[in-house]
Write a protein that binds this ligand. Structure first.
Ligand code: PLP
Length: 414
């Protein structure tokens, strides 16, 4: 690649070259991707979780086509924008007010701006090793760098961002005792980007309770988990009532769109506190058409069956490696999970950092790929299922896992 920096525009897309040539995807459909050599793979990266309905989902693609035919960028209000907002808000309980943006990072950025305007405070708290987008403040303390920062005696901070230890109930109390300028705590339903670490029972409630009692807002970052466990916010399924939530990925099934949703009271800040929202492409017709169609399709997904399929696959993975004398376990949910070496998954980032095994992850990626399954190439990477991962697809994936386990046990796969 002579012009494109590093051959990719987003670091997360890196996969190793095999056979001395870069992997280039040619097309994607349903549960599959094809490379530029015409080889088909079961896809488990699914646009980093965005194409939850499956690639090129006909209902969404048709809606996008229609919107394109009517002009993609009018610069005036259009009916689809309110229609998309209404269909999204129909799934988010009391978070009925919506602003569309183009990416999850923007949605988190906007959420923090609203929280600051509402509370008159500056500081934003995020989880150490949590991923809330790639903008400067929120990229601080992402997985890979968080552990060293949290080992320091001073609470790690960059600008107005403070880090919190996930699944440590006392840490949030210490934090609020030490600082009275906190506008919001940004929470994720699970620490997906640090390897699908689940919240301990009651932990998210506790953080939300402490934050509220100290006058801070609760922002749920649902860019990844929103619409993945059911047709709505994971927070609501877990019994958390955030003031603001960010959604992205699944809401457009792979089209560049995300949204900030919030309660009427909090989102009034756009009007009565002059909070800025702008963006050439925000709420463009193509994005809105995708959201409206995706909401309709998501209502028809059999989430319980899909979660069960994913859980069966996770068990199959554990069993396949066990047959080869290799102990692995998984963390997460049925439709999004991480595979770890060892008997039990991590319950916090300290354990995740200790358990992470870049060599194992790399060898697994290569072995699966040679057996017709594409996966993320990242130490804390995740495997996703889409609604198009039917029994046939899952059997192929399970078969590839069994072969990969055999090959890895037999010797280096690279
Ligand atoms: N928040 C979470 C939880 C995410 O997983 C991501 C992306 O993976 C983001 C925010 C950032 O979203 P985007 O990549 O659309 O900017």
């Amino acid at each position: 690649m002579q012009h494109l920096v590093g051959g990719i525009s987003s670091g997360g897309r890196t996969v190793p070259d095999l056979e001395g040539r870069p992997f280039l995807v040619d097309r994607a459909q349903g549960a599959y991707v094809w490379d530029d050599q015409g080889r088909r793979y079961v896809d488990t990266a699914l646009g980093f979780g965005a194409t939850f309905l499956g690639h090129n989902e006909p209902v969404v693609t048709e809606a996008i086509r229609e919107a394109l035919d009517r002009g993609s960028m009018p610069a005036y209000a259009h009916a689809l924008e309110e229609e998309a907002a209404a269909s999204l808000a129909a799934h988010t309980q009391d978070l009925t007010k919506v602003v569309f943006v183009n990416s999850g990072s923007e949605a988190v950025h906007l959420a923090c701006r609203v929280a600051r305007a509402v509370t008159g405070r500056r500081k934003i708290v995020k989880m150490a090793a949590g991923y809330d987008g790639w903008f400067d403040d929120m990229a601080f303390g992402n997985a890979g760098s968080a552990e060293a920062k949290m080992a320091a005696t001073e609470r790690p901070a960059q600008g107005d961002t403070l880090l919190l230890r996930f699944n440590d109930s006392q840490d949030v109390e210490r934090l609020f005792e030490d600082c009275d300028d906190i506008a919001a705590v940004v929470l994720e339903p699970m620490m997906a980007n640090a390897g699908c670490i689940l919240a301990a029972p009651g932990y998210l409630h506790h953080v939300a309770l402490v934050a509220r009692s100290k006058g801070a807002l609760v922002i749920m970052d649902e860019v990844l988990m929103g619409f993945r466990l059911h047709a709505g916010l994971a927070s609501h399924l877990l019994g958390i009532q955030p003031d603001l939530a960010t959604v992205g990925k699944a809401i457009g099934n792979g089209v560049a769109v995300a949204a900030l949703v919030g309660t009427q009271e909090v989102m009034a800040a756009f009007e009565n506190r002059g909070v800025t929202r702008a963006g050439t492409y925000n709420g463009n017709p193509v994005a809105c058409a995708a959201v409206k169609a995706a909401m309709h399709a998501l209502d028809r997904v059999d989430y319980a069956a899909l979660q069960q399929s994913g859980n069966d696959l996770r068990q199959h993975t554990v069993d396949a490696f066990a047959r080869e004398g290799v102990q692995v376990c998984t963390s997460g949910y049925g439709t999004v999970f991480t595979i770890w070496r060892g008997p039990n998954p991590p319950s916090n980032y300290r354990e995740a950092a200790r358990m992470s095994d870049a060599d194992f992850t790399a060898r697994l990626h290569v072995a699966l790929r040679r057996n017709g399954v594409m996966s993320m190439f990242s130490t804390y990477g995740r495997h996703y299922l889409s609604a198009r991962h039917d029994d046939d697809v899952l059997q192929r994936w399970a078969g590839a896992t069994a072969s990969a386990a055999r090959e890895m046990a037999a010797g280096p796969a690279q």
